[in-house]
Design a protein around this ligand. Structure first.
Ligand code: SF4
Length: 336
């Protein structure tokens, strides 16, 4: 289901723009239907009041919490069932962040990612993305939403942009606290600057070598690392938000001195930050994680060479909620 369908149902029931906004606000922020002594429904037209219960039931049926897996770092991996029985995962992060999924599965097939191993199963509707936020907000406040869960947002662009638009308006998430995370796609750089809500951008770089990047991200669009950084830089300058360049550190693959030189060449003087995340173990995937000392040494070297680098342990790692580890667990297995 898409947000536009919700808007159409509301309009068909007599909602004006302000009613529409109010209903979407209550839903996306998981706000109770009453506020103080005055029930907001009192301000809605009778035809809309009559239509609301059915619509609310439809929205409530979009997602269902299957199970919660708390991590030692305060994160929580949520297994979320969609109306057709498919499942996705969202991860509540420390400091009021939430990572959500935009697809069931993913077609990019990154070699180090669990989600990519099974291909794309289906797209999520924009309403299913916002519903993940609303569901998470029934557990804790959410002030930041990153599209870094299952799926490649550029492959479901219209729906992701519709969700971002709603979250950045009625959904009460600051625009720079919405993070569109992508392997890079020319359409992203065309569309994002045109939206009324412009999210921050995270670009999955992973290597500075064109050929290696094609191997690691086999079905990503054919943008070279240089083209990716050029397009990212233009967006960063236009929005005023630095680009987050993502780098999964794989031992013996992209942690050598040649890559350090490549990073300095590509990113020096650019408006961005390099997020390095040592690879998270994934069953059946044959990469290794460099030692923390090695990773810290790389980050220090880059810092000395003028590259703003953050070395991160991805949140939720001990509950398989880290980057590249999200995947739908089979409902059949989870249900008794
Ligand atoms: Fe898809 Fe992201 Fe996994 Fe790559 S890392 S396969 S883009 S979900």
């Amino acid at each position: 289901m898409h947000i536009e369908q919700i808007r159409q149902s509301l309009r068909a029931a007599g909602a004006g723009a302000s009613h529409e906004f109010r209903v979407l606000r209550l839903w996306s922020q998981a706000l109770p239907q009453t506020s103080g002594k005055r029930r907001p429904e009192h301000f809605l037209p009778a035809s809309l009041l009559a239509a609301l219960p059915a619509l609310e039931a439809q929205l409530a049926g979009l997602v269902r919490l299957q199970s919660v897996h708390p991590g030692a770092d305060g994160s929580e991996r949520l297994l979320v069932e969609l109306a057709d029985g498919q499942t996705v995962e969202s991860v509540l992060l420390p400091r009021e962040g939430l990572c959500i999924s935009s697809q069931v599965g993913c077609a990019v097939g990154c070699r180090f990612c669990m989600t990519g191993q099974g291909g794309l199963v289906r797209q999520l509707g924009s309403a299913e993305m916002v519903a993940q936020v609303a569901l998470a907000r029934t557990r804790r406040p959410v002030k930041k939403v990153v599209f870094m869960g299952m799926g490649e947002p550029a492959h479901n662009l219209d729906a992701v942009l519709e969700a971002i638009d709603l979250l950045g308006t009625a959904g009460n998430v600051g625009h720079k606290n919405l993070v569109f995370s992508t392997v890079g796609d020319p359409r992203v750089f065309e569309r994002l600057p045109r939206g009324r809500v412009k999210p921050a951008l995270a670009l999955s770089l992973h290597t500075t070598k064109d050929e290696l990047r094609r191997e690691l991200l086999p079905r990503a669009p054919r943008l070279s690392p240089q083209e990716l950084v050029d397009a990212g830089e233009a967006y960063a300058r236009a929005t005023g938000y630095p680009i987050q360049y993502q780098w999964t550190l794989l031992e013996g693959v992209n942690d050598g001195p040649d890559e350090i030189e490549g990073i300095v060449r590509l990113l020096h003087g650019k408006y961005g930050v390099l997020n390095m995340i040592p690879f998270n173990a994934v069953d059946g995937v044959d990469f290794r994680r460099p030692s923390w000392e090695r990773a810290a040494e790389i980050a220090r070297t880059l810092h000395r060479r003028g590259i703003l680098t953050k070395l991160r342990q991805s949140a939720g790692q001990d509950v398989d909620g880290g980057c590249g580890q999200l995947r739908a667990r089979s409902i059949a297995v989870l249900r008794p």
